[in-house]
Design a protein around this ligand. Sequence first.
Ligand code: PMP
Length: 414
Amino acid sequence: MSTAAKELNGWDVEKIRNDFPVLRQTVNGKPLVYLDSAASAQVPQVVIDRGSRYLQDEHSNIHRGVHYLSQKATTAFEGAREKVKRFINARESRECIFVRGCTEGINLVTHGYGRKFVGAGDEIIISAMEHHANIVPWQMLAEEKGAKIRVLPMDERGELQLDQLEVLITSRTKLICVMHVSNSLGTINPIKEICHIAHKQGVPVLVDGAQGAAHLSIDVQDLDCDFYIISGHKMYAPTGSGVVYGKAEWLEEMNPFMGGGDMIKTVTFEKSTYAALPNKFEAGTPAISSQIGLGAAIDYLNSIDREKAERYEAELLAYATAKLSAIEGVRLIGTAREKASVISFTVEGVHPHDIGTIFDNEGIAIRAGHHCAQPVMQFFKIPATARASFAFYNTKEEVDKLADAVQKVIEVFA
Ligand code: PMP
């Protein structure tokens, strides 16, 4: 790799790639080109090592034990919570609830907030570009309660029509649910503005941060969102880790999600009382090693220059957008002015699954399908897209390989 390519925009991508052992392998005899980080980002060696160290030296159940190992595990687990708190700038660590991922996190709010505060005739606003994880739980709640779902529309670029939000909010609106960054379109939504509009009418906002936390610096106090939900595996941590950030005033008022051990203060056969935050929402044994891994992933992210990483990813996206849009027959899906590192596309006359298969032969990992966003596909009148998603460990050379593979697809199907 040339020095120019290696140090694009002052970002030493070769050094960064060395942190991710999985990137060293070959697939079908070709060097792996991993362009599926929006599904799951790869895990750096320091995170792998931290998980191994826990399993080797510290493994024990947390909170309940007085013995040495249990205390060590508890300290590491609660230490990870402190790291999350600082990473998203929450006011207090008790506002950071550990969950197994974004889907579980949204369901926690559906049960904890929705069951308590949403009634017959009430309304929940979701955006037109939501992932199924931020649609289906609200539909299930609406069905149970006789509530209604209202949809904030988007335009052809994949930008939300913010002027419609004020119109949609009524005295019955109980919550607005919106993603920070779209996994299918790449759009970065103006969360601060949405929260501002919502709060003027006294409506809280839940942000699906599955894609946001991986690419953007998150300051929940500055955004002023009421809930921000994170999946660890999208931000270089193991699967099974995740966070619900919620303003303490909401979390205090909400019902618990699951019942069981660790979330109680007292139990009799007649009645149980619940533990204080955050334990009230953490029933049963959590994914201890994964959450400790999330803490290590945050340490890793803090150890790199995140501003440079963001700029580098933006440059990769711009480069890929220019390359793919120059190819005849390629249609880009999602052309918002503010985008993060996702590029969704179709190739005329070729099903995205065939694109995915041909790419795999070239050692290129992309995702093909509806990306758990069927309403987005319906909006653009397509069954699916091929999606390449970038992280700060990808290179311009990999984007070149992506474009070459698209050309190959066109030749095969010509
Ligand atoms: N929301 C968005 C925007 C996502 O991209 C995903 C994962 N594809 C989810 C929610 C669900 O996250 P998880 O599968 O980790 O629960």
